[in-house]
Design a protein around this ligand. Structure first.
Ligand code: SF4
Length: 445
């Protein structure tokens, strides 16, 4: 019998939610004594965690599977594209197994069937915080899986099913272990963070011997006790979201809300079947800012949704001008295989979509740039993400303020960064801004 551990190659594609699934599979593999590698060649089999959200992601996933088959031959497929088993099997009939997303047990069963684990599991090799794909100082915390909504442009519910909230005690234990392992920032993610606990009627769980309700406000309060940055993503503007704003004003969680509004025209929001589409979002944003003046509101929008008229689009631009959002992403509508919106009449021609996207970005860039200009001269707490030595021997750091989530928002460039390390918090005086990023240095008296 070989004494070396069986080796699994692991490739993960797609969004942070897919990354969070990957982390659980990696943790379990390590727990059972499997060695992990990013290579296809020097391993006994390969697991490919796929994305299937848009057509280009499907292609990228199918290509990755093809490459793994060519270079290794033994391939297990999981993740969103795995929900469309027939697509994967038609393209790559030799895959060993195909599972959908959130399928830790099925993936492990397929690994066991094709690459038996060692008799003595190397449990001690697993750090209590698990294996993470993000840098050591920040981590995504997935609180639920699936979604009870049926937005007409989205196929996630058909791939991931209805909302299933993770037990709050388990979520908080995971967060606590992450902090013990040195994490300085926790990013709460799910398909619909404000719906956390709806499926279990907000029933209380237990954490450190005390009851805590399975609910976003109570979760945020408990996370704030860990003494690290806590950032909420994918929050729909239901009325109870107002409850977390005072926690932000009190500095308990970051004053940052990622709210995917997607549009502002009531007619389009209805056609999109968006959650909370009837809410008066402008009034809500105004009220949030009254309670927490330095709140950062980030959002995403879709331009050129089927049936969007010039009047609908102007309503969206007016909303942007009024709402003065801090960070915004915009995509043109693109048909996703299987989405109900494809059946809607009056699809917008591609050149009109592109023209609207350009107009949208022009307005938003002006707003974002003006907002960033107001930060010049202010003192900001910055979390250092990376430190680089430049050719002249000096050090530059790249970090983020409370207003910036990793990967999607802007950064702060810092000179004279010798001695800093990723994960450090530093006080920085902002000296310069463009439309997206900031520059700064040590505070001047
Ligand atoms: S809220 Fe809508 S867009 Fe988000 S996952 Fe659910 S159905 Fe999809």
């Amino acid at each position: 019998m070989s004494l070396s551990n069986p080796k699994v190659g692991f490739v993960s594609l797609g969004c942070p939610k897919a990354g969070s699934d990957a982390e659980r599979i990696l943790t379990q593999l390590r727990a059972e004594g499997y060695e992990i590698s990013g290579s296809y060649e020097e391993v006994d089999l390969v697991v490919v965690n796929t994305c299937g959200f848009i057509d280009s992601a499907v292609e990228e996933s199918l290509d990755a599977i093809g490459e793994a088959i060519k270079k290794n031959g033994k391939v297990i497929v999981t993740g969103c594209l795995g929900a469309k088993k027939s697509v994967v099997e038609a393209a790559h009939p030799s895959v060993l197994a195909v599972t959908g997303p959130h399928a830790l047990e099925e993936v492990m069963a397929a690994v066991h069937a094709n690459l038996p684990k060692l008799h003595e599991p190397f449990i001690d090799l697993v750090p209590p915080q698990g294996i993470r794909l993000t840098p050591n100082h920040y981590a995504y915390l997935k609180i639920s899986e699936g979604c009870n909504h049926r937005c007409s442009f989205c196929i996630i519910p058909s791939m991931r099913g209805d909302l299933v909230s993770r037990p709050i005690g388990e979520v908080l234990n995971e967060a606590e272990n992450l902090v013990k392992a040195g994490v300085s920032e926790i990013l709460v993610i799910s398909q619909d963070t404000s719906a956390y606990g709806v499926d279990v009627k907000y029933r209380p769980g237990f954490w450190n011997g005390r009851p805590v309700k399975t609910r976003m406000t109570e979760l945020s309060q408990a996370l704030s006790e860990l003494g690290v940055w806590v950032r909420l993503h994918y929050v729909y503007p239901y009325p109870h979201v107002d409850e977390v704003i005072p926690l932000m004003a009190d500095g308990l969680i970051l004053p940052y809300l990622d709210v995917p509004f997607q549009h502002a025209s009531p007619r389009i929001l209805k056609a999109m079947k968006r959650p909370a589409h009837a809410e008066n979002n402008l009034a809500r944003i105004k009220a949030w800012r009254e309670i927490c003046p330095d709140i950062t509101v980030r959002s995403t929008f879709i331009a050129g949704f089927p049936g969007e008229t010039e009047d609908d689009f102007k309503m969206l631009l007016d909303f942007l001008e009024e709402a003065q959002l801090d960070r915004v992403g915009c995509f043109t509508y693109s048909a996703v295989d299987g989405a109900k919106a494809n059946e809607l009449p009056n699809h917008v021609p591609e050149e009109v979509k592109q023209e609207r996207l350009a107009r949208f970005m022009e307005v938003q860039e002006r707003i974002s740039a003006a907002k960033l200009q107001t930060k010049i001269g202010t003192l900001q707490t910055v979390l250092v993400d990376e430190v680089n030595q430049l050719e002249d021997g000096s050090f530059e750091a790249i970090g983020r303020t409370k207003a910036d989530a990793p990967e999607i928002d802007g950064v702060v460039y810092l000179d004279d960064a010798e001695g800093l390390s990723p994960g450090d918090f530093v006080e920085v005086q902002i000296t310069k801004a463009d439309g997206h990023d900031l520059w700064g240095g040590p505070p001047q008296d």
